[in-house]
Design a protein around this ligand. Sequence first.
Ligand code: FAD
Length: 324
Amino acid sequence: MERTIYVIAEHACGEISPVTFELLAFAAQIRTFRPLPISVLILGQDVSGMAEEIAASEGADITALEIPELGNYNGEVYRQVLADFFETEAPALICAGHTATGTDFAPGLAIRLGAASITNIRGVAEHETRLCFDRSICNGARTARVLPRTETAVLNVQPGVFRRTGPVSPRPGTVRIRRTEYAARKLRCTGIRPSQADPGALSDADVVVSAGNGVGDAENIGLVYRLAGLFPKSAVGGSRIVCDRGWLAYGQQVGVTGATVAPKLYIACGISGAPQHLSGMSGSAFIVAINTDVRAAMMSVADVCVTEDLATFIPTFIEACNAA
Ligand code: FAD
């Protein structure tokens, strides 16, 4: 049997999550090393519509596993259903997002399958004819290259690193639907509440304007929002200090313990550029740093450095843009 790369689609509130398309881009990148088939699995209560959508837009063959118990995500059910699904087949790779749900079910699934589990993946490469994966370690300060030694590897891929470049095949994919009963014995999700900030807004934005400790106080966060308002499809993010202080919601934190973003433009306002922050935004296409300290680490990764007090520079810049 041909060994397959499986992508586990992620979805929330009836919508396919952007990380699903990034996982397909990651799988397509693996195919530059190995011409393996790509297949998608989507699990949930009512997911056949999303399966059709993925098959049509991405050209990937997909199996929808419809399970009444999965009205809400349940890691116990995911692990059991996927372990049963892969009982008769040893896939080459099983790819999930390095997300709240992906990191919840994937390592446990790897244990059940006797497979290698590799989390926090940011790259794929080849080592002596074998596939290996780059993963972020030491809170983003280092990258380790890891070689799985098992037949199957279960991977958690960092969101925001791989960008969709097009469908994985020119023809529409096929859709198989399987309906199965599974009863969770250990866990039950009693409901889902929206969080203060929508982290999806960050990963989907073309422009991310981020606030750091250099904003000085909560009031200056308004300046950062005004700057973001100049750009269509923009979002406001921040460093951990700013989120710890409650000036922004944790859903807006960029970095190793927050979101990974790769927008067309990233504007860092008063952010020093600690490795934990850089790890979440260094994939941005163009970086502007506004910082009074020319030696700040952010200045060495930025394409444009503005060595000014942000409290003076941002209003002046907004005024100039509005006048133009
Ligand atoms: P600072 O380091 O205090 O930098 C403020 C910057 O603003 C300085 O460079 C200063 O020159 C500049 N500045 C000051 N005043 C002005 C002004 N008026 N105008 C312009 N510039 C000015 N951090 C994250 O961001 N994301 C994470 O996910 C994350 N995860 C972490 C995980 C762990 C396990 C640990 C230990 C740390 C983590 N951190 C994370 C924290 C990280 O190490 C840094 O402490 C944090 O990123 C620093 O935030 P900052 O750059 O906003 O603040």
